[in-house]
Design a protein around this ligand. Structure first.
Ligand SMILES: Cc1cc2nc3c(=O)[nH]c(=O)nc-3n(C[C@H](O)[C@H](O)[C@H](O)COP(=O)(O)OP(=O)(O)OC[C@H]3O[C@@H](n4cnc5c(N)ncnc54)[C@H](O)[C@@H]3O)c2cc1C
Length: 510
């Protein structure tokens, strides 16, 4: 663990100072929406030398950006749809994140079991994995491999043995999505962006001289007004409603809901992540290792962005049925589900009706007067999306550095370790097929990266701070989240600064 520099050399200014700063001047750009897209854009523009305000109506990353599968991946499955440019770009972004967010993003081994008669057999899989590797050159994460039947069963002990031919393996990346969004946000704030959460934009008025944004500070319920030369709407699945606030039409987004369920790791241990096609409907799915749990995801069903987002019983059953068909020895039942979450994919509305899994993961950007809208994309590609739009805005406003290559290509995020890290021990199994143990030290490093020692020292200085709340969270992390990570309520801490709500829901409720 790195040595502590407590208190951290840089810290977010108090919220009241940031709220006051919103109204004090006319910014170059106001970004609305603090998911990964808006945070990424705020960082890009700020590093280009523009003055930026960023407002988010909930918590940072509180919507889709904390409800993903937490994979930083090239998107192996997009090879089947021939989206090679998307795969290539995502592989490049994966490599940049493994370096610029080292520790917050880590390499993960993926296992792809192959059974007799599978739609994707060994030959097609091997060809696909080599193409995937070639598309990630010159930053490939190793070469694909093949596990014998016995080794595949060692990697996923509950796997269906009959008809099992073996498994392909390859490397991709994983992260804690909400913490990645927070690291991007803190990096933008460190570079001088004025960032305020719990602040909702209610009306956006563009004129030739600039944009006026009426907002509401939801913590004090006070109205606010901010001004900027240009404004970017980064509302994710809520883009159409956000555009309506700006008097702009067009139903941009056809969101789909994706649900994950969390089960105890000992019920379905895996050595790394598993990618497989559901026996129920042939969709690509994942088993994702967490220190003490396995996550099964995901679903893809049409959803209404104005309705509350919650997993349905049918989705839970579908996920369990799919996992049980792959790994019958797990024999998962509803009672095994520790927790579940759901999120809305901000998928662009296709010209004609297309099946949810077929809809494009691409991004769309439009400019209408001084208001830009950006939507679509993936967590993995946030930096690249921001880079393209950041260069365009700098050029069109005639301010700051408009080069095509953004400073974010080499900018280390807050909390990044100096060097890329290895795959965490807990995502591996021992010879008997049990997950390798994880200590609190490594849990802190995986949450806080280079700041882990600071967090540890903070917990030691706080009364009762070193008391464990669970096997991998210390009580003192709560006050760290409040003081240094802009957490304003228990849910911010249990769902996004940590994963307590998913790993230990009864502790989180307490
Ligand atoms: C189930 C699922 C699994 C996924 N898995 C992966 C994965 O493994 N890897 C990957 O790369 N991608 C994945 N994705 C995609 C990825 O999560 C999203 O593309 C990404 O998080 C979208 O970020 P965003 O900032 O555009 O949207 P959001 O995170 O939803 O952010 C938009 C923000 O705008 C705010 N907002 C809206 N209106 C206003 C307003 N009026 N005022 C202020 N704020 C406002 C909202 O509160 C919200 O926080 C997954 C998505 C889902 C749903």
């Amino acid at each position: 663990m790195p040595s502590p520099t407590n208190p951290p050399a840089w810290r977010l200014p108090p919220r009241s100072t940031r709220v006051a700063a919103l109204a004090e001047r006319t910014f170059d750009v106001a970004v609305i929406g603090g998911g990964i897209t808006g945070c990424g854009l705020a960082l890009d523009l700020t590093l280009r030398g523009l003055s930026v305000a960023l407002v988010e109506r909930g918590d940072w990353g509180g919507a889709t950006s904390s409800a993903s599968s937490r994979l930083i991946h090239g998107g192996l499955r997009y090879l089947e749809t021939g989206d090679l440019a998307l795969v290539r770009e995502s592989c490049r972004e994966r490599a940049l994140l493994l370096s610029n967010a080292a520790g917050l993003v880590w390499p993960e081994r993926f296992v792809f079991p192959v059974h007799a008669g599978a739609r994707v057999g060994r030959a097609k899989l091997s060809a696909g994995l080599w193409l995937y590797t070639a598309l990630s050159l010159p930053r490939a994460l190793g070469t694909p491999g093949w596990l014998s039947r016995a080794d595949a069963l060692r990697a996923v002990p509950a796997l269906r043995g009959d008809g099992l031919r073996g498994a392909g393996t390859y490397m991709d990346g994983a992260t804690h999505d909400a913490r990645l969004a927070l690291a991007v946000l803190l990096s933008a704030a460190r570079a001088n962006a004025v960032c305020v959460s719990r602040c909702e934009a209610t009306a956006i008025e563009g004129a030739s001289s600039g944009v006026a944004i009426a907002a509401r500070d939801l913590s004090g319920n006070a109205p606010l007004e901010l001004r900027a030369a240009a404004c970017v709407l980064a509302g994710g699945p809520f883009t159409s409603a956000l555009r309506a606030c700006a008097g702009l039409g067009g139903d941009w987004i056809a969101p789909t809901r994706g649900t994950h369920v969390v089960v105890p790791r000992e019920r379905l241990p895996t050595d790394g992540a598993v990618i497989f096609t559901s026996a129920v409907d042939g969709r690509v799915m994942f088993l994702i290792p967490w220190p003490r749990h396995t996550v099964i995801g995901t679903t893809d069903v049409d959803a209404d962005p104005s309705a509350p987002v919650a997993p349905t019983e049918a989705e839970r059953d579908y996920l369990l049925e799919s996992a049980n068909a792959l790994a019958p020895a797990a024999a998962l039942r509803r009672a095994d589900v520790v927790s579940a979450w759901a999120g809305l994919r901000p998928l662009l509305r296709p010209p004609e009706a297309a099946a949810p899994s077929q809809r494009s993961r691409e991004e769309r950007v439009e400019r209408e007067g001084n208001v830009y809208t950006i939507a679509g994309g993936k967590l993995t590609g946030y930096r690249s999306m921001a880079e393209k739009l950041g260069a365009r805005i700098a050029r069109e406003l005639g301010r700051g550095d408009a080069s095509a290559h953004s400073p974010t290509r080499t900018h280390a995020l807050v909390g990044a370790l100096a060097r890329p890290v290895a795959r965490p021990a807990w995502s591996r199994l021992d010879a008997a097929g049990a997950p390798l143990a994880q200590g609190i030290e490594s849990a802190l490093v995986e949450r806080y990266g280079a700041l882990a020692a600071d967090v540890r020292a903070h917990c030691e200085r706080t009364s009762g701070g070193t008391v464990p709340l669970s096997a991998d969270v210390l009580a003192g992390e709560r006050s760290w989240a409040e003081q240094f990570e802009d957490a304003t309520c228990a849910e911010d801490f249990t769902r996004r600064r940590t994963s307590l709500a998913y790993t230990d829901p009864s502790v989180a409720l307490d």
